[in-house]
Design a protein around this ligand. Structure first.
Ligand code: ZN
Length: 541
């Protein structure tokens, strides 16, 4: 292959483009819906890791209106949500693809889709000097409410957040001030008044509803920031008052009603320092990667064991909604020791802390609204509390714990819709990871996996059932343990997350799931739902 720039040069020239700036900025025409439009394409990276910049130079006969997919600096957004894969080995073809995608983007600006595109991108057209992370729960957003605007950055790195009044008191803030949130049930429309430089124009754009108008005036008189919370955008501003109003505001003796009247009369002179809100509430964060699928939010989950499996799993569960809207209980009797460092999510700062407590701090660090309750004690002695969970997860990997929990679960009067129990463990020296979900229905229980004590596992993912795992012997000050690298417990945690999400979606699927990692000693076991064993001491009649 020759120098890719020659291939690009030849391709663009064949399309009527010419070099406008050396070394690789070309100017030429494309034809959205047959209309001639002049663009410039700047090819600074022919590996396409950084995509070429395409700028609209002359819109020709395209209507004089703002175009969707056109940024303030006239660059064109030609890449859709799914990205744009380009062939490094066909640079000429890749450039043609970019020209075509640019045409399509401009064509969309004029199609039926244009209004939707504008609305979806509304916040990016709103503009603003900075982003604000808004952690208000969307479910409670209604009408007009007060919240707090936190400045928690430094002079060098500003960082602003909006939280419900009184929340996140533990965060060190430079300032904490009231802010007014106006929640709107309908999408904000992209209309000319949207760009207005004055508050009068913005109120006009919002449809001049008295309630909204009054709220904006009151907030402005009180020198509060304002945020609009709509289904398609979260945008806000700080009112910029003219000098005379600022003076009045500073003179503290002025009555509120008088100031509001003054503000109402000066709406055309009040400007906006715009800002864009980014949703930062826990509910949105845990849901955003799951599409419309059910998260674990609102489910009462109890995790037993915060070791290498449980630690990794706790983080995954919280990221999928555990502790969001409902308490997430973590039980562990252990203390975090140096020997745990090699395969745990916790680290140096947690040495000699109770694992349950250290995990709780770790998870609260994920997001301040995570509700986690650590218990540095034996979960089995607290069955009454545990039994009220929706889902109990046993991540201890200990046979005796699993069997004791299974026994309590099978004796419980709660049915499978009310209380599920999920066991997860590593087989042997990291040969495989397995999970088993028990819904107390017609399928087997945990004990059914190995109905005869000391007998063989029914679904052992090992070649030689008689071969025992290698143990690291107990040495002074540390217990004996089964050595395996972190891949197996992380796999067990991943399997358990998947089983939990399937359970939450009411599609529990196969109850016993296996992933084999070591094919020297291990073998595949098909995912299956084991049936009850006659004479099982736990679930047999
Ligand atoms: Zn059984």
């Amino acid at each position: 292959m020759g120098d890719p720039i020659w291939s690009v040069d030849a391709t663009l020239k064949a399309k009527g483009f010419s070099l406008s700036f050396p070394p690789s900025t070309y100017r030429g025409s494309i034809y959205p819906h047959g209309n001639r439009v002049t663009i410039e394409i700047e090819l600074h990276d022919l590996t396409f890791v950084e995509l070429p910049k395409v700028t609209l130079i002359d819109r020709g006969s395209l209507q004089e209106k703002t175009l969707a997919h056109l940024n303030a600096d006239n660059t064109i957004c030609y890449v859709g949500e799914a990205g744009l894969p380009l062939d490094l080995y066909e640079p000429g073809g890749s450039v043609l693809r970019i020209l075509r995608e640019t045409e399509i983007a401009l064509e969309r600006s004029f199609g039926d889709q244009a209004a939707n595109d504008f609305e979806a991108e509304l916040a990016s057209y709103w503009g603003g000097a900075y982003n604000v992370y808004v952690a208000l729960p969307p479910s409670t957003a209604k009408g007009i409410e007060h919240a707090e605007f936190l400045d928690i950055g430094t002079a060098e790195t500003p960082l602003f957040m909006v939280v419900s009044t009184g929340k996140w008191k533990h965060l060190p803030t430079r300032s904490r001030r009231p802010i007014r949130i106006i929640s709107l049930p309908n999408k904000l429309k992209y209309e000319p008044a949207f760009k207005s430089k004055s508050l009068a124009g913005i109120i006009n754009w919002l449809g001049s509803k008295a309630l909204i108008r009054d709220a904006i005036i009151a907030a402005t008189a009180a020198s509060e920031h304002i945020f609009l919370n709509s289904p398609n955008a979260l945008i806000g501003w700080k009112p910029a008052l003219p000098a005379n109003l600022k003076m009045l505001q500073k003179a503290g003796s002025i009555r509120k009603a008088f100031l509001e009247k003054k503000v109402a009369k000066s709406l055309g002179d009040i400007g906006l320092e715009r800002m864009i809100g980014i949703r930062f509430d826990l509910q949105t964060i845990v849901q955003r990667n799951l599409l419309a699928k059910t998260s674990l939010a609102g489910k009462k989950i109890s995790l037993i064991g915060a070791g290498t499996i449980g630690g990794n799993l706790a983080r995954l569960l919280v990221q999928a909604g555990a502790g969001c809207g409902e308490g997430f209980a973590i039980y562990d009797t252990d203390v975090f020791r140096p020997g745990n460092l090699g395969r745990h999510v916790l680290g140096f700062a947690d040495i000699d802390r109770a694992k349950a407590d250290a995990m709780a701090s770790f998870l609260r660090g994920f997001h301040p609204d995570v509700q986690v309750r650590p218990f540095h004690r034996n979960a089995l002695t607290e069955w009454n509390a545990l039994e009220r969970s929706d889902l109990i997860i046993d991540a201890t990997g200990e046979y005796n714990v699993a069997i004791a929990l299974n026994d309590l679960r099978m004796k419980s009067t709660r049915d499978g819709n009310e209380l599920a129990i999920l066991h997860t463990w590593v087989f042997g020296n990291g040969i495989a990871a397995q999970t088993f979900l028990n819904l107390k229905d017609n399928f087997g229980c945990y004990r059914c996996l190995r109905p005869i004590f000391d007998g063989p596992w029914r679904y052992a993912p090992v070649k030689d059932i008689k071969k025992l795992p290698d143990m690291a012997p107990a040495i002074c000050g540390e217990a004996g343990y089964i050595p395996f690298a972190a891949d197996a417990p992380v796999t067990a945690a991943s399997l358990a997350l998947r089983a939990s999400l399937d359970w939450a979606a009411k599609r529990p699927g196969q109850r016993l799931r296996t992933i084999t990692l070591d094919y020297d000693d291990g073998k595949d076991v098909k995912w299956t739902s084991p049936l009850r064993i006659n004479g099982c001491p736990a679930c047999g009649s």
